[in-house]
Design a protein around this ligand. Structure first.
Ligand code: NAI
Ligand code: MG
Length: 347
């Protein structure tokens, strides 16, 4: 019996942190079925060489041969590049990984963090402005650019169900719906009302009655996140707000290099650190590998391998608490490889 894991390092520090997860998974021994890794191609660098950012073969192997996957990070350019489209955004859609789960929590005593933060951003992963339906036209006063923002009842319902389920299984059982319905009453209105309606769905059978539902406009949610992050438990948001909120929340616990995520659908799961390809530090060997190891843990937990997942999390938390072997983003002086070795020692 084995566990086949597709590895897609892609660009920049993605290539430096994916090996960390690989080594950590290998160190788990009999806690998980023997891991078999398949290296898969994608990314902007791959695009510049071949003209495609996500080869069909990668998607096919993920679908046919892999039990799960880990994605590194991609260096998407900020200007329009003809023929290029972000492979991670495409993969989420291709594999229908409709929920992106991003836990942010403090592991005291870590000097860069606010104490007692323990929240999860549940980000809708397939629509909103990320449908990338944009166009440019010539108007009477110059160029006009438009983007379509798609919010569907189906996607809002299933992300709502994911969020309620998560909240139900956490000690505080709080759910905050993030929206901007005061301005975008149709799109965000549909999101808000559909999520609110989840407990009343026939298949909910009253099981969410003990989840306390709150809501907050996205702008004041950011304010509150910085003032009193401890009030938040599970936060559910449309795609773009979820993307922004999770990077903001990362600042509360010291570094983006600590925040993991999983992209999950009904039949596949792909772990992915929340951070990007970090061109400012890429190639220096100092990227923090902990977000990626934690992403591997989330992936394992989603597949039901709790013992392995817990061991990875415990090892990472121990390294953070001891505070001796840390990368520069956490105030340390250690290299990526030294942090990986330290985690392996704890495992
Ligand atoms: P970024 O997340 O790459 O970096 C933001 C800041 O955090 C930088 O100062 C970076 O050095 C630091 N940082 C991030 N991860 C770190 C780690 N593991 N260890 C230590 N420090 C870390 O975001 P940025 O700079 O806005 O974007 C860079 C590129 O990444 C862009 O091309 C963007 O398109 C791409 N990106 C890709 C994502 C993905 O693959 N899912 C997500 C976000 C951005
Ligand atoms: Mg992001």
């Amino acid at each position: 019996e084995s566990l086949t894991i597709g590895l897609i390092p892609a660009d920049g520090i993605g290539r430096e942190v994916i090996p960390a997860a690989r080594h950590a998974l290998e160190a788990l021994g009999s806690d998980i079925p023997k891991p078999e890794f398949i290296d898969l191609l994608a990314g902007f660098e791959y695009f510049t060489r071949t003209g495609t950012a996500l080869p069909e073969e990668t998607v096919q192997i993920l679908r046919q041969d892999c039990d799960c996957a880990l994605f590194g990070s991609v260096s998407s350019p900020s200007r329009k590049v003809v023929g290029y489209s972000s492979p991670i955004v495409a993969l989420r859609k291709e594999l229908d990984l409709y929920a992106n789960i991003r836990p942010v929590f403090s592991v005291a005593p870590n000097p860069g963090e606010q104490p007692n933060v323990d929240l999860v951003v549940v980000r809708e992963n397939t629509e909103c402005l990320y449908v990338k339906d944009e166009n440019l036209s010539e108007g009477p006063h110059g160029k006009e650019a438009r983007a379509t923002r798609l919010i569907t009842e189906r996607a809002s319902r299933r992300i709502g169900q994911t969020a309620f389920e998560l909240a139900l299984n956490r000690p505080r059982k709080h759910l905050t719906i993030i929206h901007k319905s005061n301005v975008l009453s149709i799109t965000d209105g549909l999101f808000r009302e559909t999520v609110r309606g989840v407990p009343g769905l026939p298949d909910s059978n009253g099981k969410y009655d003990h989840v306390a539902v709150m809501e907050q406009l996205v702008d004041s949610a950011v304010y509150r996140l910085f003032r009193e992050p401890q009030v938040f438990d599970v936060m559910v948001a449309p795609n773009l707000y979820g993307d922004i909120l999770s990077d903001a929340a990362a600042a509360l616990v010291g570094s983006l290099g600590l925040i993991p995520s999983v992209n999950q659908g009904d039949d596949f799961v792909m772990g992915e650190p929340v951070h990007g390809s970090a061109p400012d530090i890429a190639g220096k060997g100092i990227a923090n590998p902990l977000a990626t190891i934690r992403s591997a843990a989330l992936m394992l937990r989603q597949l039901g391998y709790d013992t392995g997942a817990n061991r990875l999390d415990k090892a990472v938390n121990q390294v953070i608490r001891e505070g001796q072997i840390l990368t520069p983003d956490l105030g340390g002086t250690s290299k990526t490889q030294e942090v990986i070795d330290e985690v392996l020692k704890k495992i």
